[in-house]
Design a protein around this ligand. Structure first.
Ligand code: BT5
Length: 334
């Protein structure tokens, strides 16, 4: 028997799963599998053992053969690609167990020439980042942490709008689970009944008037239990499980999100946010409220009136209406 290396095992395990999952719970006899994968029985055993390490539920019977029972709830390339309905987004996909930050990996891959639409996911981040160097709590197995590499043919000042288009795609996705409760807190938070369920971190690399890449990092709290957040965020954070009161399949949600994101991004390239403004107004948690926006050292206070086609928040101030491209929002309590 020829011994297989890890890459070969990975590829064969992938083929095997794709093949047997077509008929769940049905036994595929040994001869058929050996012929399909062009392996002897010993090699097939090694492939099965490898597939089991991905936490698939596979039933193996000496006399009957092998049956696919259920996929795992884990973010693997095999699972995400299976039934992924996008045309290009996420077709170049890398899934990790633990990384420092998926945004850093995406930036490294971008340097090496990775294609637009490359997606990086991780089960856990040891140094998940928010904006301004803040920490993003990224425990293993319960959330979704991903980064998407875009290479738009746009000016750098059009990059923040991509973040808003991403928020629309994410809100559309979550709305399927939570009709009417999803809010976007401009520019990058998704809130459910006032608590943060997801955040977006957009990082731009540009030279002069040319964008080299835009990396959009998204963190979504999915299956954390109600008491599962650390003290610093336990009163401000929530998870989808906490809100819908059941565990949610992360792979399915991610597939829906990638499909929505592909659509919103393509739309953005042509129309900016013009066609999403009605939706943005409906999702916005800020419109009509008095807020203060901090951008660097400057503070602007006014009433949030609208979001324009570039993703700017239109603030009605004492000096008239001003568009704000980015910043930290605080709601002024009266
Ligand atoms: C964000 O920053 O909301 C952007 C978060 C982006 C995370 C993704 S995960 C994949 C990719 N890779 C990365 O390294 N990052 C991206 P900001 O608006 O600065 O919010 C950060 C604040 O949110 C923190 O200071 C906490 O108060 C709070 N926070 C931290 N972890 C949280 C969590 N899991 N759920 C809700 N709130 C959290």
């Amino acid at each position: 028997m020829t011994v297989m290396n890890r890459t070969e095992l990975e590829k064969l395990a992938d083929h095997l799963i794709v093949y047997i999952r077509k008929k769940p719970e049905e036994y595929f006899d040994w001869k058929r599998l050996e012929a399909k994968l062009n392996l002897d029985r010993e090699q097939l055993d090694a492939v099965l053992e490898f597939a089991a390490s991905w936490d698939y539920k596979i039933r193996v019977r000496k006399k009957l053969g092998v049956a696919f029972i259920a996929p795992p709830d884990s973010l693997t390339a095999t699972e995400i690609s299976h039934k992924l309905a996008t045309r290009w987004l996420g077709r170049n996909l890398f899934c990790y167990q633990a990384v420092k930050s998926t945004n850093d990996i995406a930036a490294e891959m971008s340097e090496q020439g990775a294609v637009e639409g490359t997606v990086i996911t991780a089960e856990q981040q040891t140094r998940g980042r928010g904006r301004l160097g803040r920490h993003w709590h990224s425990p293993t197995g319960t959330g979704i942490y991903l980064s998407v590499l875009f290479r738009p043919n746009l000016r750098p000042d059009n990059a923040p709008g991509i973040s808003i288009a991403t928020a629309v795609a994410l809100a559309d996705t979550l709305e399927e689970y939570l009709p009417n409760d999803v809010r976007i807190k401009w520019p990058n938070d998704i809130l459910i009944r006032g608590r943060k369920m997801a955040g977006i971190l957009t990082e731009l690399s540009a030279e002069g008037s040319r964008i080299n890449h835009v990396i959009v990092g998204i963190g979504i709290n999915i299956n954390q239990r109600a008491g599962g957040f650390p003290d610093e965020i336990k009163t401000i954070a929530t998870s989808l499980r906490r809100e819908v009161k059941r565990k949610v399949n992360r792979v399915e949600l991610l597939q829906k999100f990638l499909k929505n994101l592909e659509k919103q991004y393509e739309r953005y390239l042509i129309h900016r946010l013009e066609k999403s403004r009605a939706k943005l107004r409906r999702y916005s948690s800020l419109l009509g409220r008095e807020i203060t926006i901090r951008a660097g050292k400057s503070l602007t206070t006014g009433i949030a009136r609208d979001i324009d086609a570039d993703g700017c928040l239109i603030l009605e101030t004492a000096e008239g209406e001003v568009p704000i491209i980015a910043g930290e929002v605080t709601i002024v309590k009266k």
